[in-house]
Design a binder for this molecule. Structure first.
Ligand SMILES: Nc1ncnc2c1ncn2[C@@H]1O[C@H](COP(=O)(O)OP(=O)(O)OP(=O)(O)O)[C@@H](O)[C@H]1O
Ligand SMILES: [Mg+2]
Length: 330
């Protein structure tokens, strides 16, 4: 089977990580010193949290890194047993408990090993309390790196023991930089327009960007159109012409026709359409007051659709509101 690129091109050293400059420079200074504080990496998916943790272990421990790095996923085992030993091993996986592992002597000259706990914000407060005790007892021989989407979901006594590094969504430019590296390694010919589309649509998530690049390359049709199709969306031009018909020209029927095309011919869902219109409106050159009203209208429509309102009626109402906002004087 062909290797998947998110593994093949996983960042293995801090210099492979694009964006996140502040975090990378802090982590490099810890590595230079040969010591780590406990860390919390917080931020959205696909921004390099796991990659940064693995890179640190490789850079600190060299070849021995695997013996001195334990990766656990909190959400696959949300309860307290991740923290304590398993009483009933038959019912749970053979996963080592944090406590069992923290107890082991590190085999590196640095004198500590790393426990990386993914999705730590999924741990129950009880499990977090147990984790806090383990962190305290074994802190001379173990450093913890907790990864989460929101650091506010981590109990304060753990937060105060850790240095918190926030991982931001990756900018389109940085995404392109990494994709270009992959393209050169794979000897591919991918146009700038295709890269722009991937970088824009990935919303800061490098994992998605790399996956879409691989999918579009494998499809044999390396085009912008294909990229939007893979994202389950349509070309930004289509959304722009819908918005412009309603907002600038007050043409409800015409906007409605364009909407139907997206819904029926391209098979987009109501939510896909809201996202597309949203992206288009954010970039649209109109006065701030109107833009604000439009965004509020979008948010309301999204909410109603999620709550079970019909796509058709809600999207019609949205277009009606866009026409109305457009007809107001500036
Ligand atoms: N900043 C980055 N620079 C280079 N590659 C990145 C970056 N962020 C993510 N990647 C790549 O994207 C893929 C997923 O990254 P990673 O597993 O580190 O994300 P994550 O932040 O841990 O996401 P999650 O919250 O879903 O666990 C990997 O192939 C990784 O190399
Ligand atoms: Mg991760």
């Amino acid at each position: 089977m062909k290797e998947i690129w998110i593994e093949k091109y996983r960042a293995k050293k801090l210099d492979d990580i694009v964006g996140q400059e502040n975090n990378v420079s802090k982590l490099k200074s810890f590595i230079e010193r040969g010591d780590l504080p406990h860390l919390i990496f917080s931020g959205p998916a696909g921004t390099g949290k796991t990659s940064a943790a693995v890179s640190i272990a490789i850079e600190l421990f060299g070849e021995d890194w695997k013996q001195n790095f334990l990766e656990l996923n909190a959400s696959s085992n949300r309860g307290i047993d991740v923290m304590r030993g398993h009483e009933d091993r038959s019912s749970s996986s053979s996963m080592v408990s944090v406590k069992d592992y923290a107890r082991l002597k590190p085999s590196t000259p640095l004198g500590f090993k790393i426990v990386f706990l993914d999705e730590a914000d999924q741990l129950t407060p009880e499990a977090q309390a147990a984790l806090r005790r383990t962190m305290e007892i074994y802190s001379s021989s173990t450093r913890f790196i907790l990864s989460c989407n929101y650091s506010t979901q981590i109990i304060p006594p753990i937060q105060s023991r850790c240095v918190i590094l926030k991982f931001s969504p990756i900018s389109p430019e940085d995404i392109k930089k990494r994709l270009k590296y992959i393209i050169s390694q794979e000897n591919l010919d991918v146009g700038e327009d295709v890269l722009d589309a991937i970088a824009e649509m990935s919303e800061g998530d490098m994992r998605r960007a790399i996956n879409v690049l691989q999918t579009v390359s494998a499809s044999g049709e390396i085009t912008e159109k294909k990229v939007y199709e893979i994202f389950g969306s349509s070309s930004p031009e289509h959304f722009k012409s819908l918005v412009s018909a309603a907002l600038e020209h007050g043409l409800f029927d015409e906007a409605r026709e364009r909407l139907d095309r997206l819904l029926i011919e391209e098979g987009l869902s109501g939510i896909d359409i809201i996202k597309g219109i949203h992206a288009s409106i954010r970039k649209y050159p109109i006065i701030p007051r109107k833009k604000i009203d439009l965004i509020l209208a979008l948010a309301e429509t999204e909410y109603r659709i999620v709550m079970g309102g019909s796509d058709n009626i809600q999207l019609d109402a949205l277009i009606a509101r866009i026409v109305k906002i457009g007809s107001e004087s500036d």
